[in-house]
Ligand binder design. Structure first.
Ligand code: HEM
Length: 71
């Protein structure tokens, strides 16, 4: 699991654009710092605003956190 390869591609350009007020979803540092809040919203199904991710997609993000958020 690596951020550039496995995690960054999960986030669309429109996700990044919508969320710049809070953090940069294409930034390793920002996604690492806000990982728990991001996972919480993904699991609650309240983000992205236009439709929840399928469970397998959320699982990729969770595995990256569980792996220690490797760059
Ligand atoms: C996978 C993509 C996304 C993730 C992981 C995500 C994650 C989050 C998180 C963690 C927050 C809370 C931020 C905070 O309180 O500091 C938030 C808030 C928000 N997001 Fe997103 N977001 C995503 C995509 C989007 C999209 C596509 C939109 C709409 C175009 C959107 C609109 C908003 C808005 C308006 C808020 C503030 C209101 C609220 O807290 O519900 N986000 N998002």
């Amino acid at each position: 699991m690596h951020f550039e390869q496995d995690v960054k591609p999960l986030f669309r350009e429109q996700d990044r654009d919508a969320m710049t007020f809070a953090f940069d979803l294409w930034s390793f540092d920002d996604v690492s710092a806000h990982a728990n809040a991001i996972l919480g919203r993904l699991e609650a199904g309240t983000m992205p605003c236009d439709g929840a991710w399928p469970a397998e997609r959320i699982a990729v993000f969770r595995r990256w956190i569980d792996a220690g958020k490797p760059a």
